[in-house]
Design a protein around this ligand. Sequence first.
Ligand SMILES: [Zn+2]
Ligand SMILES: [Zn+2]
Ligand SMILES: [Zn+2]
Ligand SMILES: [Zn+2]
Length: 424
Amino acid sequence: MSKEEETVEIKASCLCKASRFQWKVPKSYLPFKGRLCHCDSCQKSHGALATFHLRIRFAATLAILEPLVRHKGSCIESFFCRTCGSVMGHTDDDVGTRSPAVPSSAHWTMSTGVIEEPEALIDFYSHIYVLPTKDGGASDWLKTIKGKKLLMNILSEGQGEFPDGWQKMMKRRPCDTSTPTIRARCCCGGVDMTIKRPASSKSSNEEGPPWWRAKSSPDKWLAVNCACSNCRISSGCDIMAWAYVSSDCITFSLEADKSTITIYESSLGAKRGFCGKCGATAWMTGGTGPENVTAVSVGLLEDCSGSRAENWLEWETNIFFAEDAAHKTLMDALSRGLREWADEKKNDSKVREQMEEGKDEQAADDDLTKNMEKKELQKTHCAEVEASNSPGNEEDVVKAKKENTVEKELAENMASVRIKEEDT
Ligand SMILES: [Zn+2]
Ligand SMILES: [Zn+2]
Ligand SMILES: [Zn+2]
Ligand SMILES: [Zn+2]
């Protein structure tokens, strides 16, 4: 950089402040392009539903990485504080954005949650790896920021984008929605929990359900997004997704848990459990949270329906501690997006109910005709895209009917990419 060039100092630190760093960049580099990654590796190594990050040149930050614990997962190497577990960032093998002249390790992907005063530094502009979420995950809550649409990259950048409402075009293998337990595991498998449905909780027959229980369904847990600074810095993500689970419904796999869990007390009585081997935020208890309840990291849940785990969770539509957010523009967009998503969901289920009621009143043969018509419609409006649900499959078969343009486009995008599902 030339002498005259104006520079900006960027500061970041972990929750316990043991890892602090700062570096200067030319002002002309700003704003950094922030993005949300929804890949399995990011979810499992942060514990969040999506990671919020930006890419910077590795060389500038080598000193930063020195005191941190590093964990090499299947496709990212994450760096976190050994005391508080804050995931500062990672390097990755993101082939789609790697320039051929630069080795993959030359890129450092930094968690935006640990950066001070991010509002002036970062503009969020895209989602990557939306496909592995199956249901859209947190990407459905952040479609626009200040009227500007975010890119919905199917996988990495430049590998094809999803059109609006892509989920409805996907045809998936059926998945068992009524399983009595769900597993939650971190990236290295060292934190391994099995969670039961609320109906099996001892405290489920009290005088009315407490606020932290799902309202719509007795067999779901309530999930919330928290934007408080402790959640943000420890996960490295601008919002951290928690599922409130009665502690008596969680079983820890003892062999795995004993070896890797590390506990950090972030405020008086508030204990945060993270994996000492891979850095994933795993759970939180105490503090302002309800008694005998453990907040479990949603990013660790393994629900066949998708990242939002809606077989198991009902989502609260207000973001907790939104007023504490460091990036206000991002938080405004997320808060609005989350409410809009919830409204749309409500409308969809109303329409479904009306359809059901209507059905009862009609004669059976009428019903049959309707179903036939519906099937015809599906034939022409749905791309038959098969995305495998089975973990460990490196490639999935992609088929598409080519009757209309949207389908064709989607099919072409899908066929051009390899669907990566990391074996976690
Ligand atoms: Zn720390
Ligand atoms: Zn990722
Ligand atoms: Zn782990
Ligand atoms: Zn919080």
